[in-house]
Unconditional design. Structure first.
Length: 203
């Protein structure tokens, strides 16, 4: 039980730290509202679950052992983050206080969240390196694995929803087109920075 509580604490700290997923949630909430950002959060959570499963399969081991496979995934993820950044940077400024949720918006946000997490090779290494430390070899592996993974996904969804709510509360501060443009360009710049950093990383 102590090990589980330690895992929960570690998960909270990891999820709280800034990253592409957090920036995506904050930007979605500022631009489209909390309800619209839920689609992106669901995508990130599902992506996390898929990445965790991949990390314990042969594919995860291949990515960990193959420099070529890792590089392909790394550069694909970097290119996607840069694409999102450029797309956000070039978006027309809107009146954030008057943006109404679009019918297909949640599906688009979900796809963005899912893609962002699936194309993050470092997430696979996180699960490969961290999870074994919380697994008791004398107990059922599958039950422990899914307990830890679903706990992590729940923590992620909760914290990202909190981020979305806080961003929505601050939305009125950015209600004019002037501030909307600043939100777009700040978010876009951060995504481009994450993309370039990922591409330049040596691991």
């Amino acid at each position: 039980m102590e090990q589980y509580l330690l895992f929960v604490l570690m998960s909270v700290l990891v999820v709280l730290s800034p990253g592409p997923g957090v920036i995506l949630t904050l930007t979605n909430s500022l631009r489209y509202g909390v309800c619209e950002s839920i689609g992106g959060i669901a995508g990130i959570a599902l992506g996390t679950l898929i990445v965790a499963i991949i990390s314990v399969t042969g594919l995860g081991l291949i990515l960990a052992a193959s420099a070529l496979a890792f590089s392909i995934l790394k550069y694909a993820g970097a290119a996607y983050l840069i694409y999102l950044g450029i797309k956000m940077w070039r978006s027309k400024p809107d009146d954030l206080s008057r943006i109404a949720p679009r019918k297909q918006g949640k599906k688009i946000r979900f796809a963005e969240g899912l893609s962002t997490q699936l194309l993050n090779p470092k997430a696979i290494f996180f699960f490969l390196s961290v999870f074994p430390q919380f697994i008791d070899n004398t107990q059922n592996y599958q039950i422990q694995f899914f307990t830890l993974v679903l706990t992590y996904c729940a923590v992620l969804a909760l914290i990202h929803t909190l981020y979305a709510v806080l961003a929505s509360k601050a939305k009125m501060l950015f209600s004019s087109g002037k501030y909307s443009k600043a939100v777009n360009r700040t978010g876009g710049s951060v995504f481009i920075f994450f993309g370039i950093s990922l591409a330049a990383s040596k691991s």
